[in-house]
Design a protein around this ligand. Sequence first.
Ligand code: FE2
Ligand code: FE2
Length: 315
Amino acid sequence: MEPEPQERLQAAFDATIARHDRIEPRDWMPEAYRRTLVRQIAQHAHSEIIGMQPEGNWISRAPSLRRKAILLAKVQDEAGHGLYLYSACETLGVSRAELTDLLLTGRQKYSSIFNYPTLSYADVGTIGWLVDGAAICNQVPLCRTSYGPYGRAMIRICKEESFHQRQGYELLMTMMRGTDAQRAMVQESVDRFWWPSLMMFGPPDERSPNSGQSMAWGIKRNSNDELRQRFVDMSVPQAEALGVTLPDPELRWNEERGHYDFGEPDWEEFAAVISGNGPCNAQRLAHRRAAHEDGAWVREAASAFAARSTEEEVR
Ligand SMILES: [Fe+2]
Ligand SMILES: [Fe+2]
């Protein structure tokens, strides 16, 4: 008996995933796969856009012209990342305007890390080193994700993220070669950002209910705990080279495992921050809403111009 058309479509989809090949926008895909991707890519796009705020906070107070130029370039890159990702999401049939609305009304989330304040210029360095570093660990495997437009956006984003990490590390290294006060400023900043950076990989595997399905679909390539371990293993020698102490008394090399052992992040704090009760959640969303409202005239002018151009073409 001939299989039903629906079964044939599903079989073609499964075969593409099994070959580690890409699903493209015009290919048939299960509705749950599409919805999972929309949620993940949108959340990622929102994180890039909201992520401009903690560092944008320091642009007008950069300590030198050189630092200001670097920071401006980095923050602009993050805006670009947001735009590539909104575009990737639009190929799944959701518009950027809808996604923006979901963010502004709190119905879609962004990464918990951006709800922490930036209290000193050392935070610009620490964010580059640890936050962009954790983002790289999360994102490099996504270059091979099963959805074509998302994977291709990630390739370009990852190249820029490595520049972000380098500039942060270089800034911290410069401060560590400076005065005692500067070294103390770096240490204080690392103390605040270490644990929230570990939380960026999401909850432990046994409490991450959607991970299994995302891995089966080839959207995710590694589990949260695997990526967190990779990040810790990468960061410890970098912290030693910098001369800073990571604020975890349980951190030590485990010869048997060939990895560093480390302590448990405060998952209650993580839950509070993602449910809206972090130190800066309200401020970040209010700022984003105000910026969106301020930009209304640009959107109106652009659509009026687009409408007039099509009218002229028709004539
Ligand atoms: Fe980014
Ligand atoms: Fe970045």
